[in-house]
Design a protein around this ligand. Structure first.
Ligand code: PLP
Length: 406
């Protein structure tokens, strides 16, 4: 028997790994020192723990310790990278290149700069799999471009962008490349040297670490990246991010990265198998289901799918013992279909019927079997109540129907 409810929303957040919790616990109690207290043993102990975690995090990215700046999460890292670069390099230019399926932390940072008149932004489209074309990046570059910001892997559809190609283009043109790698770090190999990344955002809570703890990788050589801080204060983190460090959180982040480095390859294989089983099960049991995202260049645990003739929100309510996400975000009174799914060229109806399954470390094969069965039954039940599905089954072309509006 599987234990309910089942958590399958691992792109939203992940459960803290018990090994991470264990590593953190002493730093909430007896090891409580401030890492910036340079003149006593409590401070030295905290600083040592922070520096050990920093080295572990850096090594997962093939970076150097001093290139890791701790933040409150990837939202702050994205803000710091984008706003910090635009502010520091304003003499050089003000043009940013990004893409329409980025996380809001990137898009809204860009929009905020546009609103203030501090930047001009090019939002590149994606193909039907959600992938950006490196040629589009190349063509968008102007002599005012200071930053390219493209994510590693998308949080809704799992599509992995051709990051190394984009990194090479940026390098050839002498433009800084920021990558929001929140969903990729610890799941697939990320290497700032191989991928030509100058700034990289990551966060602990997507890799079985604590919430509220993130980092920004800032390249120190070839080129040395400079940033204007967005938080001023005591000059912590080499002046780029002031504020007393969250020592237990940082220790947890380090532990999470250490586990990821050791287990990532095997875990990716296991999650790919589980995901493929989930996908195959859904496709076998149901007609009119459509994959959102890239068939192969996709995160191991990601399965985003549209069930035609079914409202994603109704499906979510019907399978309330399974925690997944729908492609509709409740904004005030209206249900907006996901901008990421819409960017693939998917129609509004199919976007509304999309569901994101996010498999993670603690999911089991039994859970996948349960989910396939539960979802297939619920989709069939909802479709039985759908006149549109009935009409489509009878061969009526719904686009040709003239609906009465009175
Ligand atoms: N970027 C991406 C791609 C994400 O998936 C998330 C998490 O939702 C974030 C940024 C924001 O991260 P955080 O929750 O650490 O602020």
């Amino acid at each position: 028997m599987v234990k309910l409810p089942i958590y399958m929303d691992n792109h939203a957040t992940t459960r803290l790994d018990p090994r991470v919790l264990e590593a953190m616990l002493p730093y909430f109690s007896e090891k409580f020192g401030n890492a910036a207290s340079r003149n006593h043993a409590f401070g030295w102990e905290a600083e040592e723990a922070v520096e050990k975690a920093r080295a572990t995090i850096a090594s997962l990215l093939n970076a150097k310790s001093k290139e890791i700046i701790f933040t409150s999460g990837a939202t702050e890292s994205d803000n710091l990278a984008i706003k910090g670069v635009v502010e520091f390099y304003r003499e050089k230019g003000n043009h940013i290149i990004t893409c329409v399926t980025e996380h809001k932390a990137v898009l809204d940072s860009c929009r905020a700069l546009e609103r203030l008149g501090k930047a001009e932004v090019t939002y590149l489209p994606v193909d039907k799999y959600g992938m950006v074309d490196p040629d589009d990046v190349r063509q968008a570059i102007t002599d005012r471009t200071v930053l390219i910001t493209i994510m590693y892997a998308n949080n809704e559809i799992g599509t992995i962008h051709p990051v190394a190609e984009i990194g090479k283009i940026a390098k050839d043109k002498g433009i800084l490349f920021h990558c929001d790698a929140v969903q990729a770090v610890g799941k697939i190999g990320v290497d700032v040297e191989r991928d030509g990344i100058d700034l990289l955002s990551l966060t602990a809570h997507k890799i079985y670490g604590p919430k509220g703890l993130g980092a920004l990788y800032v390249r120190s050589r070839g080129p040395r990246v400079r940033l204007a801080p967005i938080i001023d204060g005591g000059g912590h983190e080499r002046g780029m991010r002031s504020g007393t460090l969250n020592v237990p959180g940082i220790v947890g982040f380090g532990a999470a990265c250490e586990i990821a480095a050791a287990e990532m390859a095997a875990e990716a294989r296991r999650l790919t198998d589980l995901r493929n089983k989930l996908q195959a099960g859904v496709f076998e049991r149901l007609d009119e289901v459509y994959l959102n995202g890239h068939p192969t260049q996709r995160l191991p645990g990601n399965f985003n799918v549209s069930f035609a003739y079914v409202e994603g929100e109704s499906l979510l309510m019907g399978i309330s013992d399974i925690a997944v996400s729908s492609g509709s975000a409740c904004t005030s009174a209206t249900l907006e279909p996901s901008y990421v799914i819409r960017a693939l060229g998917v129609g509004e109806e199919l976007a509304h019927s999309s569901i994101r399954f996010g498999l993670g470390r603690f999911n089991t094969e039994e859970e996948v079997d349960y989910v396939v069965d539960r979802v297939a039954k619920e989709v069939k039940r909802l479709r039985e109540m759908s006149p549109l599905y009935e009409m489509a089954r009878e061969g009526i072309d719904l686009k040709s129907v003239q609906w009465r509006t009175d």
